[in-house]
Structures are given as structure tokens and as C-alpha cells.
Design a protein around this ligand. Sequence first.
Ligand SMILES: [Zn+2]
Length: 296
Amino acid sequence: MKTQRIGQFTIDRVVETEGAFSGVDFVLPNADMARVQEQADWLMPRFVNAEHQLMMSFHSFVLRTPQHNFLIDTCVGNHKERPLRASWHHQQFAYMEALAQVGLRPDQIDFVCCTHLHADHVGWNTELRNGAWVPTFPKARYVFSQTEYSHWEAEHRQALAQGRPAPNHGSFADSVLPVVDAGQALMVEGGHDFEPGVRLEPAHGHTPGSCVLHARSQGDHAVFTGDILHTPVQLLDLSWSSRFCHDPKAASAVRHQLVHEIADTATLLMAAHFPSPVAGRIVSHAQGLRWHSGTH
Ligand SMILES: [Zn+2]
């Protein structure tokens, strides 16, 4: 993705990995493959490959304003113990190199913003140093929704008490708690303004405390949507929530609201898993909504 300009702000992408993910029918249990096939002209092979797998990316966004550097969502991370998912287990991604390529050192990140606390959105919050998980970004405040944090903290405690596997592949313990222990967490409830034009807003459904981040400058607007949409395939039917959604109905309602708010406007939608070139807009066609990437 080339650098996107939002008035005085810029947005870059830091990629951890990209490629074919699970089948459409696995990720979106309600998806109608006949409808996907009908729209193959724009969906395939870019978003759905010949084997009907979703093409997905795991990346962070860097939002730079004249005042702050924000890192939005932090992927899977390195050296994490994720035995139930081989592609996340004991990884050695070149993520820090990708961060350096957009011109940033870890100590230049002011805010780390996790749209939600699933394992693929918190990984680089911490790194393994001398056998301990410590915050990767030494000067950053890490922004978590209080609702989201409380939910996963309760799940974590219950799992420990009952001897069940930890929630979210153990990421609450190795990628969230160490940040809180280091005193770097900033818990927010409801909406939160970081500076003029940069605002976090609740968008619950995918998880109990999912949020979206808005960036507005000089009349331009981008919205970082986390997992409100996993793939442009969901534009065919906004009720197709993912199997990872905590409350599929609420997730669908939030998706409807957001998509109809920004469709056919200049707002850039920056989703956590859309494949390259990632940045794009939602546009109406005779056959329904579509995804247009790149600048127009
Ligand atoms: Zn995700």
C-alpha cells in the first residue's frame, strides 16, 4: 500500500503476512457460495481464490499526525505459544523490519491502539526479552476498551480457575497483561478523543468491546475498522458475520451502520485483513456494494 494522505495525516501499512486463509464457508458460515460465484468478476481471484479460500492479510496501520504516531492493531507477533494454530505458533515474522521500512523505531510510537483483543490484533504489543514478555513500544500508551479488557480478563480468570485452555490462544496473558503490569495501558470507556480529528468509537459485536478509530483532517476521513468486515465478500450480504464474531447479530448491525454511512463517499476504509493494496472505498453498483481499492 502506498502512503495514504488524510489532510495533514498520513497512513502506512506494516505487513506481517498475507495470502490464502481458510475457506469462505469456514470464515463466513452463512455465506451463499452461489452468490459469491455470481460476482466472481470482481471477487475472484483477488479476494477469493480458485479453491474458495479467502485472500487475507495481517497488518498494522501507522497513522501519523503532526502530533502523534499511532500504531493500529498489532497482528500475531513473534515467538508466541499458539499450538492450536500452526501459522501463528513460534513465528519469526519480519514485522519490525517492515516498521523500520515506513521510517519508525519502536520508541517513536506514541499510541498503540487495539481495535479488539483477539490474538491477531495484540501480538506485537509485547516481545520476548530474557524469557519475559515486555512491551515492544517503550514509550507508547496502549489503548484498550475497558469493556473489552474486562470481558477477556473475566474469561482468562475463569479458564485458569477451571483448568481450561486460556482464551484467545493465551494472548491475553502474553500480549495484554504485561502491558497493564508495566503501567502502559490506557483504558477507555465509550468514545475517546486523542487529539482533534482522531477519535476512537465503540462498535461492539465482533467482540464485546470492539472499537473503530476515525481519522479526520482538512475534510478527509479514514476509518480503521478492525474486524467489522473481514473481507469484501461481506459486502454481498452485510448479515454474513464471521465465525469469530462474539455476537453475530450485533456485528451485523454495526457493519450495516458503518457501511451505509461511508458507501459512495470519499471515506477510506482501512480494514485489518483486506488484501493488498488494502486502502479503498465502498461503492454502489447495479448488482450491489463493491470494494474499490486504490485512490480515485
Ligand atoms: Zn482479526
